[in-house]
Design a protein around this ligand. Structure first.
Ligand SMILES: Cc1cc2nc3c(=O)[nH]c(=O)nc-3n(C[C@H](O)[C@H](O)[C@H](O)COP(=O)(O)OP(=O)(O)OC[C@H]3O[C@@H](n4cnc5c(N)ncnc54)[C@H](O)[C@@H]3O)c2cc1C
Length: 389
């Protein structure tokens, strides 16, 4: 067992860190203040530097590296902000992976190079007004019509909604009940019948536009089907990497909170000495470090062990454990960070309050914390728990 990064991994991490710290902090502050997503010229820069294709195949312009490498890069971006990291998250661990894994050769050849170059963005639309945790209650339908499918329904909570070019849209291909009829089809922003709602106002996630959209008799070619009827299990099996990406977004925020708290407490003085000299402050810093390091180890274990799996993906057990833990500790670590920074922690100009607001999203998005715990228990016991009966 080796806990150190290889020289190549360290070099990649350094390159991502240098880029993120030199180019992104000012942009991240502006995105937070004015609430806009990563601008296209910057996205292309991410692409030119290879950050959007770390673990995507070389034949489409990716670097063909492993998931650990992808997560090392993602963490560096997330340490600046979740919003600047969002396109990296989507490309390396999110909906783009669904296309990479299940899309046809034609679809991959069309979409992946555009994403890797930073020209196009892909979002995922699973949730609906009456289907969140109970995802298999979703009602969006795709009905065959000649060489096409006619899709109709309503999607809620799409991160990147209205801004992204492509939507991996979970839908029903038949009236088969629950999971059986579900698959996914790729919808495109400009297709007739796609109507995006207002930008939803959330507690955090500024710079990551979130919107509902109505799908009214949208005609999509059959070649846009990613996984047809009966593919729900497949789609979920590929979710292990998304969980690691979600966990890494949370980890980045927590690691940045720790770094800021360490610097601040050595600089800020009270009673004539740096506040880090007070034992109560030291204990908080130590607790923050314990949580950040543990989360990172769990995430890296899940990603490193993916190589030992037949499908090359992190297992449900290890990825759920990593996600659940990172989702919980990021809330605790940012709260401790706020506390040791006193009034400045609570002030918008100093960044910690943004970290705390963003931290809460990750334990809801991609599966709520308690649902992850159910997955963990199910994997421990070796059987799934039916939530409906
Ligand atoms: C910031 C953010 C970004 C998101 N981005 C996307 C996106 O890009 N695409 C997309 O499709 N969706 C997205 N979502 C939606 C997200 O996946 C859902 O919010 C999530 O699955 C929970 O569904 P819900 O909000 O309907 O809550 P509900 O399903 O109503 O659950 C509410 C709470 O009830 C509890 N609960 C429910 N069922 C169970 C159970 N079986 N066991 C234990 N506890 C349970 C949990 O505590 C849960 O948090 C996003 C959400 C957020 C907050």
């Amino acid at each position: 067992m080796d806990f150190s990064l290889t020289e190549d991994q360290r070099e990649l991490q350094d390159a991502a860190r240098k880029f993120a710290r030199a180019e992104l902090p000012e942009l991240a502050r502006d995105m937070e203040e004015k609430d806009y997503p990563v601008p296209h010229d910057m996205l292309r820069k991410y692409g030119e530097l290879g950050f959007l294709g770390i673990n995507l195949p070389e034949e489409y312009g990716g670097l063909g590296l492993g998931h650990v490498e992808a997560l090392l890069v993602l963490e560096e971006f997330a340490q600046i902000s979740n919003a600047v990291a969002f396109p990296v998250f989507e490309a390396l661990t999110g909906p783009v992976r669904t296309i990479d894994r299940f899309g046809s050769a034609e679809m991959k050849a069309r979409i992946l190079p555009e994403v890797i170059k930073g020209e196009k963005i892909v979002a995922v639309s699973m949730s609906e007004p009456d289907a969140g945790t109970a995802l298999t209650d979703l009602k969006t339908k795709a009905v065959a019509d000649g060489d096409d499918f006619i899709v109709s329904g309503y999607k809620r909570w799409t991160s990147g909604g209205g801004h992204s070019d492509y939507y991996v849209t979970y839908c029903r291909f038949s009236d088969a009940p629950a999971a059986k009829g579900i698959g996914a089809i790729l919808l495109e922003k400009d297709m007739d019948g796609m109507t995006f709602g207002k930008r939803e106002q959330l507690m955090g996630f500024r710079g990551i536009p979130t919107a509902d959209y109505a799908i009214e008799d949208v005609r999509a070619p059959a070649s846009n089907v990613i996984v047809g009827e009966g593919g729900f299990g497949k789609l979920m099996s590929a979710f292990g990497l998304e969980r690691c990406g979600n966990a890494t977004q949370a980890l980045g925020v927590a690691a940045a909170a720790l770094e800021q708290a360490l610097a601040y407490t050595q600089e800020r003085e009270a009673f004539g000495k740096p506040i880090v000299d007070f034992q109560a402050v030291q204990l908080k810093l130590a607790e923050m470090a314990m949580k950040v390091d543990s989360a990172r180890l769990l995430i890296h274990r899940a990603a490193a062990n993916a190589d030992t799996q037949d499908d090359g993906l992190p297992t449900v057990y290890e990825s759920s454990l990593a996600k659940c833990y990172a989702n919980e500790i990021v809330r605790e670590v940012t709260a401790l960070g706020m506390q040791v920074m006193g009034g400045y922690g609570y002030h918008k100009d100093y960044g910690m309050e943004q970290r705390l607001r963003d931290s809460y999203a990750w334990g809801i998005a991609g599966g709520a914390i308690d649902v992850q715990k159910t997955n963990i228990a199910a994997a421990l016991i070796g059987r799934r728990f039916n939530q409906r009966t």
